[in-house]
Write a protein that binds this ligand. Sequence first.
Ligand SMILES: [Mn+2]
Length: 327
Amino acid sequence: MNDTIKSIATIMKDLDGILLFPHTNMDGDALGSCSALCLALRSLGKKAYVMINEPVPKNLDFLECGCTTFDDSVLDDVQLSLMIDCNGMNRITGREKAWARGRLKGCFDHHATKAKEIRYDFARIEPKSAAVGEIVYNVIRALGVEISLDIANCIFTAITTDTGNFQHSNTTSRSHEIAGHLYKIEGFNSKVISALIYDRRSKEALKMESEVISNLDFYADGKLAVGKVTQKLLKENGCTLDEADGIIQKMMSIDGVEGACLFKETETNVRASLRGRTYANMAAAAARFGGGGHVLAAGCTFFMPLEEAEKTLIPVLIDTVNAQGTK
Ligand SMILES: [Mn+2]
């Protein structure tokens, strides 16, 4: 069940004290969408914050815009808790208490896998939207807010990162239409934003990435590529885990690869990022291990050593890339 953008805007116009929740391991869409909406709500005189419990990734620092907080006590009264680019409690771990404060609960998402534990007062879930930034753009327009340069930068980042620079199959004419409008905002410069997102990597991160790439394993006649970012590798190179973002896209650029899996070892668990090219249903593979996402871009988390996670997941992924044409 989806509420209309118009009815959502009507509800939000009457609310004040709003906490926006991007998903754990925030990305350009989650944070860009949150900050864009936060700025729009503030321009209407409302108190709004983006509630986080992990630092903003370095390459996304320009999306912060004074919106984020680690402490929900900045608001005396929370009339709305709004989940952005996710829809289940497992995606906002560590922020449950802040979430519970919202008298109303809302959700803007584009992931098809739906959590059942939350009863939303309003929700807009559009699996066909390339980015939640597209939904947020429409909500901001429905709120009657002019798109400022900061809002434009946030929305553009949301769309360009979630579409792989408008290259992924989720890209639609609407993705381009919204981007087209952003180009008309005074001062907007897509090159500047793209350089902020992609061209600020450290030499150490590039070295770490090259080590991951040179140690890839291939299965199923080269249809499946598997890489590993271990804590040891990160420490040796003085890198953080978010600097491994982008490696999986490089894995997918290899001729003949239908699916890719990048294992990322944290202090407490092992995250697997999964990508499919045309038919490999990675959302279904991830769902078998309590994860989820989009058909061609999904993920799951293992609470076991890396070697065990590999033994558990790789056979399923081999089946997934061998299951021809069943998208
Ligand atoms: Mn997204």
